[in-house]
Design a protein around this ligand. Structure first.
Ligand SMILES: [Zn+2]
Ligand SMILES: [Zn+2]
Length: 275
């Protein structure tokens, strides 16, 4: 194991995942990027400390969209640590209208979907996602020979998203809800329609189908994220995905690894490397 080899890897460490707040660390040995800051500043700092990252060492924060479970901690965190932020133009509008005090404008960077930007060791490409706010996106990260992607808050799996996920070594993909739990649950009808609609969230079965297709195309490592607290359970999401993979004769820990992102605490880091 040489340090050069370690530098070639990408690590995905979900800090928080779910409608209560999202923040996912994507890193190399030299570059630390936070995808979303949807938990209060104190909790994000605590979670970063738990995975031994100093907040001042973050290279950038990338925002997927302007819903509060993705940006609620951004305002205070940015004023405290002055980390450059990347978001699409419509998302910036939402961020600016949500923040209580303005932060340094020099930290604002606009990211344009399908245009690749260099952030530290990463080549980062944003891609459009269908969700009920404008400018929502997922992110694809390349470093050396490795590729990783984060895709949550997706109404349905579009060909464009699938194209970006294809060939990645590791992916964090939304498994938001179990259809039966949602439709038999307590949510009001309009909310059920919203979640299950084309601009809502990805259900377990659609996630499972996607994971099986991606695994057949070579992706080996999967993290399920953004699980609903009311309409899903980790074991229900896991079972749905395992069923789809096993139907393709794919065997856990031989052909793929699968983990579920914790809601409130950092999840075991997923290292994508040659070692
Ligand atoms: Zn969300
Ligand atoms: Zn959202």
């Amino acid at each position: 194991m040489t340090s050069d080899k370690i530098n070639q890897g990408i690590t995905i460490t979900p800090l928080f995942s779910g409608s209560s707040g999202n923040a996912i660390l994507v890193s190399t040995a030299n570059t630390y990027v936070l995808v979303d800051a949807g938990m209060n500043c104190k909790k994000i700092v605590e979670a970063l400390n738990m995975v031994r990252i100093n907040p001042f060492d973050l290279t950038a924060i990338l925002i997927t969209h302007d819903h509060s479970d993705h940006i609620s901690g951004l305002d205070v965190f940015t004023r405290k640590f002055s980390i450059p932020i990347y978001a699409t133009r419509p998302t910036w509008k939402g961020i600016h209208s949500a923040e209580k005090k303005p932060h340094l404008p020099s930290l604002d960077n606009e990211i344009v979907p399908e245009e690749t930007v260099t952030i530290g060791d990463f080549e980062v490409t944003a891609f459009d996602t269908p969700h009920d706010t404008s400018g929502s996106c997922g992110y694809c990260f390349s470093s050396g020979s490795k590729r990783a992607a984060i895709a949550t808050d997706i109404g349905y799996m579009t060909p464009l998203i699938f194209e970006h996920l294809s060939g990645c070594d590791g992916i964090l993909l939304e498994a938001n809800y179990d259809k039966d739990m949602l439709w038999n649950g307590e949510y009001p009808y309009y909310l059920k329609k919203r979640i299950d609609g084309e601009y809502g969230h990805l259900c377990n079965d659609d996630c499972a189908r996607t994971v099986a297709q991606l695994c057949r195309k070579g992706t080996r490592h999967f993290i399920l994220g953004h699980l609903s607290k009311e309409n899903n359970l980790p074991q229900v999401a896991e079972r749905a995905v395992l069923r789809a993979l096993e139907a393709e004769d794919l065997v856990r820990d031989r052909d793929f690894t699968l983990r579920i992102a914790n809601r409130y605490t950092p999840t075991e880091p997923l290292f994508l490397g040659d070692i």
